[in-house]
Ligand binder design. Structure first.
Ligand SMILES: Nc1ncnc2c1ncn2[C@@H]1O[C@H](COP(=O)(O)OP(=O)(O)O)[C@@H](O)[C@H]1O
Ligand SMILES: [Mg+2]
Length: 316
């Protein structure tokens, strides 16, 4: 569905050149959801805009459904729908009118447009809102409308979503996730960008972690986690009210397990195997001293933090 090979992008300006993408390889197959996960400034939007044919790559090739995006942009764009970052529906129309308008614009014949739109609103869980003005909907519902609009049209094979839930509240975010997850059944390919680790974890069949314009890890969430040299983490909370015994035991634990992260109140330590009896006993010991200690298998977050050096991110 999508084949990206060796794609690079250098922005040229008077203040100097900026290499935003550096030899990126990426594949998205039909029915698959792939997440580009990375901090602000990693180069996610740049890559998406090149794939969408809005920006020419400085090097490399992009094929969409077998069509070369650089050589045949008009033909390749037929297969792609893109929702840009921070995009909002602008027209003063109802949900139904919005989706029908774009469906017709993208080539659904006028005579079929109403039935086509009804089906699409049902598929995106928007039928109960169809008579409402889009500008009066909540942020999460407006994102759903954007996705419905993006799906409209007879040829869509690849959906590009740039930060689909940024700025959406946590509850609405989950409903957008469910909608995106349900689109697998349509057998289109979905490429989304996000800086939310959870979003990639919930949605993606495969994740490409991007940092400084490079793909620094690629694979299933499990494969990326498995590359960490340890399997578990010990998290201790309540560091701001330790007893002297608690503090001594924590020092002891820190000597055995390397710390990965610490704030005034929470600390994380790496453990080789979180299910080993001696590790569990040790955590029980910390508990007995009144420390809030918990063991967990490593998550995508642990892998992400080990790969993405905070100093290279551009704020957030
Ligand atoms: N039009 C542009 N001209 C120059 N630099 C740009 C331009 N667009 C983005 N950049 C820079 O390229 C890098 C990647 O940006 P972007 O692709 O927007 O990252 P992301 O979407 O991951 O936040 C950043 O350092 C950004 O400042
Ligand atoms: Mg971006």
């Amino acid at each position: 569905m999508l084949e990206v090979r060796g794609v690079s992008k250098t922005y040229k300006s008077r203040r100097g050149d900026k290499r935003a993408n550096d030899a990126i390889d990426l594949t998205v197959r039909p029915g698959e959801i792939v997440a580009l996960l990375g901090p602000n400034g990693a180069g996610k939007t740049t890559l998406l805009r090149q794939i969408a044919g809005q920006l020419l790559p400085s090097a490399g090739t992009i094929e969409v459904a077998g069509v070369d995006m650089v050589r045949h942009p008009l033909a390749a764009k037929e297969f792609i729908s893109v929702i840009p970052q921070e995009c909002e529906p602008k027209l003063n129309l109802t949900v139904e009118e919005h989706v029908r308008y774009f469906a017709q614009l993208k080539g659904v014949p006028r005579s079929d447009a109403r039935r086509y739109t009804t089906d699409l609103l049902r598929a995106t869980g928007l039928e109960t809102y169809q008579g409402k003005l889009v500008r009066e909907l909540s942020g999460g519902l407006r994102r759903r409308v954007l996705i419905a609009i993006a799906l409209a049209g007879p040829h869509v094979r690849l959906l590009l979503l740039d930060e689909p839930t940024t700025g959406v509240d946590p509850e609405a975010r989950r409903s957008v996730w469910q909608l995106i997850d349900g689109l697998r059944a349509r057998r289109i390919g979905i490429l989304l960008t996000t800086h939310y680790i959870e979003e990639a974890e919930y949605l993606a069949d495969r994740v490409a972690i991007v940092n400084g314009g490079r793909v620094v890890a690629e694979g299933t969430v499990q494969a990326i986690r498995d590359r960490l040299p340890y399997r578990g983490r010990l998290e201790v909370r309540g560091l701001d009210h330790l007893t002297p015994e608690g503090r001594a035991s924590l020092r002891e634990a820190e000597r055995k397990y390397p710390a990965t992260f610490r704030t005034g109140n929470i600390e994380r330590l790496q453990v080789q195997d979180p299910f080993r009896a001696d590790v569990i006993r040790e955590v029980e010991g910390l508990h007995a001293l009144g420390l809030e200690a918990s063991l967990a298998p490593v998550s995508l977050e642990d892998a992400y933090l080990s790969l993405v050096d905070g100093s290279t991110a551009e704020g957030s």
